[in-house]
Ligand binder design. Structure first.
Ligand SMILES: Cc1cc2nc3c(=O)[nH]c(=O)nc-3n(C[C@H](O)[C@H](O)[C@H](O)COP(=O)(O)OP(=O)(O)OC[C@H]3O[C@@H](n4cnc5c(N)ncnc54)[C@H](O)[C@@H]3O)c2cc1C
Length: 415
């Protein structure tokens, strides 16, 4: 292979977790590269129009911010562009911020350009070479062919545990929760009643009129600031595998439903009468797929009882368990109020591969805990921790946890 690149740390995936991992590792002193297969950063925030950054705060009257660090730097960038002016309460009663994918793309470009770390867009990691429980290099592909990235340590922030899986670390595949193809509608009357109850009533009217072929009555819409656009998140599809054939079927079915729902919203949801479909996706959003089997599996009780892990915590979770199991309402497993839980470092560590750390949606967690920590605010936090841990440790079997925590605090993270 004529192109061989050498780094201390290589990060796979430029979503919330990967951006934070890369900046975290670089700021901790490691020569770092970020590899992203899309032509822009942001992961599902940009590629699947997931319209709100959740998990930066606890929910409840006395809410507090629980994620800062690199995540805060993203918010600061968006604020400088006039695209963030504080957290808001959503129609489902949660604290979040609505993001506009086009500005988020630009904000993340600028953040990466200023970071000092290296990065490649349009670069897919397709294989990993492993020797004696350590990844020795990544095989990557772009439109020129294949190239290798050799690093001492690696971070998997791929959202699908693609690197962990390629490297032979134990992973579990889950599809209990549905995915969705989010779409954007223009020329909507701003400020109408687009609550889940209003959406449900509209969809039920369509069903009563004999409309068939849709997957859900529960849905949310998100206002795109300074426009007459709303993003719609309603389609509910189980994604039973990650092979291309399965994904092809799901994408096509999602697209078929996008057009059907767009017509339903126009006809049955007051405020959408004159709306039109702007675009969908580009890609189906996945709430879950692979998760690593880690050294510790975060569990429902950790979330429910706001458990603390003194001396081992590397991030805070403020979001409640939020289960999307079918086509009816979302199950918020418990009201979290304004408390947060700690995320211990062992949730980032896969078994059997000694120089790999994981961040974001794929960290080791049971169904309920995963439905909490997958949100992107928390993803920035676990990603940053994975990057710092990778920068400071020779192996995940032997980490200086106080030093990792000290560095995270120095970088402005809340742990
Ligand atoms: C319908 C839906 C609604 C949601 N609603 C919310 C919400 O309102 N708020 C919220 O905060 N979260 C929400 N989530 C959850 C959230 O979007 C994800 O859990 C989150 O994006 C995960 O972040 P991540 O960084 O781990 O992975 P991702 O955002 O998935 O990013 C992973 C990145 O890795 C890249 N990648 C993968 N494999 C490779 C490879 N082999 N080579 C190179 N690059 C690779 C991908 O292209 C991608 O850019 C929602 C999810 C869905 C599906």
């Amino acid at each position: 292979m004529d192109r061989e690149l050498y780094y201390d740390v290589a990060v796979v995936g430029g979503g919330s977790a990967g951006i934070a991992a890369t900046i975290g590792a670089h700021d901790a002193g490691a020569g770092t590269i970020l590899l992203e297969r899309n032509p822009y950063f942001g992961g599902q925030a940009t590629h699947s129009q997931v319209h709100s950054y959740c998990g930066f705060c606890t929910n409840g009257e006395n809410w507090t911010q629980v994620v800062k660090g690199v995540g805060q730097r993203v918010l600061d960038k968006l604020q400088a562009m006039g695209k963030f002016d504080g957290f808001v309460v959503s129609p489902t009663g949660n604290m979040l911020m609505y993001q506009d994918p086009e500005y988020t793309k630009l904000a993340l470009d600028e953040l990466m350009q200023e970071s000092g770390a290296d990065y490649l867009l349009c670069a897919a990691v397709v294989d990993a070479e492993v020797k004696e429980n350590r990844i020795t290099k990544l095989i990557c592909s772009d439109d020129e062919g294949l190239f290798s990235v050799h690093a001492k340590r690696y971070v998997d922030a791929s959202g699908e545990a693609n690197l962990a899986s390629l490297a032979g670390a134990p992973v579990e595949f889950h599809c209990e929760q549905s995915g969705s193809l989010v779409f954007r509608m223009g020329n909507v009357r701003v400020g109408g009643d687009y609550s889940p109850a209003a959406i449900k009533a509209a969809v039920n009217r369509a069903l009563a009129d004999g409309v068939t072929g849709i997957s859900a009555v529960f849905g949310t819409v998100g206002y795109v600031q300074s426009t007459e656009d709303y993003t719609v998140n309603i389609i509910s599809l189980k994604i039973p595998g990650l092979d291309a054939a399965t994904q092809t079927r799901c994408e096509m079915e999602g697209r078929r439903q996008v057009h059907l729902y767009a017509e339903i919203f126009k006809k049955y949801l007051p405020g959408f009468e004159n709306s039109y479909l702007i675009y969908s996706g580009p890609r189906m959003g996945y709430r879950e797929s692979r998760r690593i089997c880690g050294e510790y599996e975060l569990c429902k009780d950790d979330v429910k009882h706001s458990r603390k892990y003194p001396g081992r915590s590397i991030a805070r979770g403020g979001w409640g368990a939020e289960l999307h199991l079918g086509n009816e309402d979302v199950a918020y497993a418990e009201e979290r109020g304004d408390k947060y839980f700690d995320i211990p470092v062992e949730t980032l560590i896969p078994r059997q591969v000694d120089n790999l750390w994981c961040g974001g949606r794929i960290i080791s967690a049971d169904l309920a805990a995963s439905s909490s920590v997958r949100v992107m605010g928390t993803g920035f936090a676990t990603g940053q921790a994975a990057g710092v841990a990778a920068a400071l440790s020779e192996s995940n079997r032997c980490m200086d946890i106080p030093a990792i925590r000290e560095e995270l605090i120095r970088q402005g993270a809340l742990i």
